[in-house]
Design a protein. Structure first.
Ligand SMILES: O=C1O[C@H](COP(=O)(O)O)[C@@H](O)[C@H](O)[C@H]1O
Length: 223
């Protein structure tokens, strides 16, 4: 785990690392794909990254997961993305959508799954983690947890979990683990404690963040 002196240093350093990885990918291929988390943590990282000097017109940006709420909701991860990363230089990036209006995520799974699938594999994947050790929307106790953790999982699955107030759509374990570069972005003592708990826990159903840790993720943390 990389421990930063403070949260500002964490956010700007991680933005520099991710920008460098995207630049390298763009030297080697026509397009690069970046996945980023939602939630309360990544805003300053996403804003810092939006200023990175690289050819954003060749970058596809997607979320690691989305709450099934419209963009008008404060809980929309897409709303967060539009207000932070998809500004400044990064406004030229292509957003791969994770939400369409419908009654349930199952109704839009095929359509969203097609465009997400076409943008894979991920060159860079930045993940968050909850204090319950969930990552993306792969929650302990979720209804489709076993499917999402399976090596045969489709790239995208709907998910409902006791700790999640609304249904979700999430990238699944094989997509996350196949990313060329994986970072976990966490802050606060509760997340450091959760990480230590996950490191001591072999069962991914109990600690879904193990998907990233076992795939060699770099963890970035500040108090
Ligand atoms: O609900 C979510 O939670 C996790 C962690 O969020 P945080 O607010 O504790 O930082 C996040 O990584 C995920 O993308 C989000 O949908």
């Amino acid at each position: 785990m990389i421990r930063y002196d403070d949260r500002a240093a964490l956010m700007t350093n991680l933005a520099e690392v991710v920008a460098g990885e995207l630049r390298t990918a763009l030297h080697q291929q026509a397009h690069a794909t970046l996945a980023v988390p939602g939630g309360t943590t990544p805003g300053p990282f996403l804003t810092a990254l939006s200023d990175a000097d690289l050819d954003w017109s060749r970058v596809r940006v997607m979320l690691t997961d989305e709450r099934f709420v419209p963009e008008s909701s404060d809980r929309s991860n897409t709303r967060l993305l539009r207000g932070t990363l998809l500004q400044n230089r990064a406004a030229a990036a292509t957003l791969v959508p994770f939400y369409r209006e419908a009654d349930a995520p199952e109704d839009v799974l095929d359509a969203l799954g097609q465009s997400i699938g076409a943008a894979l594999p991920l060159d860079v994947c930045v993940l968050g983690m909850g204090a319950d050790m969930h990552t993306a929307s792969i929650f302990p106790g979720a209804d489709r947890l076993a499917e999402a953790l399976s090596p045969d999982a489709p790239p995208l699955l709907p998910m409902r979990a006791p700790g999640a107030p609304e249904p979700r759509l999430t990238l699944t374990a094989p997509v996350l683990a196949a990313a060329r570069h994986i970072h976990v972005l966490i802050q606060g003592q509760d997340k450091a404690d959760a990480l230590a708990q996950a490191q001591a826990e072999d069962d991914r159903a109990v600690a879904p963040i193990r998907v990233a840790l076992d795939a060699g993720a770099t963890v970035h943390w500040a108090a």
